[in-house]
Design a protein around this ligand. Sequence first.
Ligand SMILES: Cc1cc2nc3c(=O)[nH]c(=O)nc-3n(C[C@H](O)[C@H](O)[C@H](O)COP(=O)(O)OP(=O)(O)OC[C@H]3O[C@@H](n4cnc5c(N)ncnc54)[C@H](O)[C@@H]3O)c2cc1C
Length: 715
Amino acid sequence: MDFDVPQETADFAAEVERVLRSPETARLLHDVHARADGMDGDVRPLYRHLGAAGILAPSWPVEYGGRGLDYTATVTLLEQLVAHGIPQNLYCISVQNVGSLILASGDERQRKTLLPAMASAETTACILFTEPTNGSDLAALQTTAVRDGDGWVINGRKTYNLKSAYADFALIAVRTDPQSSQYEGITLFLVPLDAPGVVIRPIPSLANEQFHDIWFTDVRVGDDAVFGKPGAGWSLITQMFAAERTGLDYYARGRHWLNMIAERLDADGRRPGDVTRVGLAKHRTRLAASKLLSCQVMQNLQDGNADIAESSFAKWHCSETGQRIAWWALDALGPDVLVPGPGAGDRILEAALRESPGVTISGGASEVMIDILSSARVYDAGGAAAPAPGPALDPVQERLREAVDAVLTRTGDLSEQLGTIGVPALSAPASLGGAALGLGADIVINDRLGHALQPLACYRDTAFALDLLDGADVPADIPADILSGLLDGTSHGVVIGARGPSGVRVKGDGTLWGESEPLPRGTAGLCVVRTDEGWHLVLPDPATCLVDAFEHFGTPATRIRFDGAPAEPLPITEERWRRALDAARLRQAALLLGVADRILEVARAHVNTRVQSGRPLVERQTVAHRLATLVGEGDGWRLVLHRAAWQFDRDEDASAASVLAALAEHAQLASRTALQLHGVRGMLAHSTTATAYRQVSVESTRLGSPADLWLAAAA
Ligand SMILES: Cc1cc2nc3c(=O)[nH]c(=O)nc-3n(C[C@H](O)[C@H](O)[C@H](O)COP(=O)(O)OP(=O)(O)OC[C@H]3O[C@@H](n4cnc5c(N)ncnc54)[C@H](O)[C@@H]3O)c2cc1C
């Protein structure tokens, strides 16, 4: 996935902003909200105004009323519509769902007649799938269309749909062949809602938008109302679900709700407490994953690689995140949220609390979404597991990944073996003789080390130390052989005090005394030490630096005791420290993601083969869904991590503390879940689950516990 947003999208965003800020938009929006009962009014005049400005279908081809832009334009459009308080449901159903299906699978007549009118909002559509007796099991629908002369006659009842009262026509799924299998006898129709025999009645809902009951009594339509081929409805529905379940709409709402909460907290004038600020940081980080998962689905749809499992998970992630945010408003703001204030902004969070239960039900209930992901990624149908989707690696990163994997099959000291393929020299700073490939390369290396359950913490400490020493003010007298040892992996850099000033003190003569925290085990070539007095460089000498080796929760570790070690003060600026720490946090996050992936693979293999009560564990939803959720979450965190590295390499804020906190929590949950699903076997001392459990416990706290990191992120 490409993290760059094209210039055309930035230009389009500016244009959308101008339209949305215009007085005419404000006037029409006021009319929508003016309904006395608080229910959403008729949004069509407002949509027609936006449609006339040409902004509603940016990613459609120009000949069908679009702008020919890529999917990122749709993302920014929806973010902006929702941020400006414009009701988005009818737009999403009509343009994004029905319109996009017509674009992908309609015939040329349907495209030419319907799409330009939908893009300009002169015509709007709704979806009628749900019936009183079906729901998640959509294929159980009972409404029928029977051939009659040169047309069809429709009878039945659709229910719980939104927006039928404001739609001109409906995409409706009916049974046309009761004799064939449940899935084969379904056909889609495009039916005008003013046709004789159609009756629409509102059903009040907890939320602002009403549901509707729609009766079809002997409704006669022609062959031209058939969408696709008779009997081919199910595959079109599946195709539509892949496109409908991008999650974008839910993400945009969650983002808006979170911004509204933050605004209300700001307006309060008091600095929110730690718990609230940490809550904000957590929701923001999760929302970033939602957006990236949604964008990945949209990118794949654009490239013709739609995948229903990927879409279903994006829908799950975005809707669950949005819902959690809406519910969190109660925690963050208290009961005031329940009382709608006079301003439009005051009403949004109260309405969100009533709307949010529906987001994990509409468009496919959360459990069903996870079930679909579970079938694709957890259940083993005999073939290989579907490969994890993720950001595309560039050719250099791809080669590096292969090279690291090859090294991991060799025997001998891993650090030295990595040195033979240029690690860590490839990513070390140029000022110290490295190739400065960037953090993106480091992410790949650490992900693979984690996956191999070879944490090799001394390698990351070396990279950290080298980053701290990267600058013109570094003492020139680091001996060349020490530097080359660090670069070729035969010795290591050590950073002491990364989590705060260490137990090491400086005496008046500049020597260091005291004991370090637990450190990765390796041959220390140099130490960068943070004390209360500042930073120091020590070239370890056995006479003054005593190394004590021990096992740190099963991981080889050392402590260095300084007994009057000569030290050189280091002029490490706050900015350099921040940058080196961010890089260290992202490398650590990559390692944890790799461990989590590996342990989930191991758990997947186990639950597919371990039989209890006559069937494999994977056939129980409580087992399969737990794993599928973690697998999908890992996909989201992988995107967040790669984007953070991409931002870091561009000197942008990478939110590294949040990313590491999220990945540390993910790895902890993955390792604990894998252990649980293995039962007693997971506790055997040398089992993979026990190894991963120990490694995650050490590595997920090495640069601070998740709680410390969230606090740092919220500062
Ligand atoms: C806000 C909103 C808007 C909607 N708009 C439309 C619309 O425009 N057009 C339309 O046709 N329909 C619409 N619907 C209906 C929607 O499609 C259905 O609600 C949805 O398919 C779920 O069906 P159900 O509500 O009957 O729940 P059921 O299928 O009865 O399921 C109830 C619960 O059981 C659990 N469950 C169900 N199946 C499984 C499973 N396989 N595994 C594990 N657990 C399961 C889930 O927790 C689920 O929430 C809308 C619904 C909402 C809430």
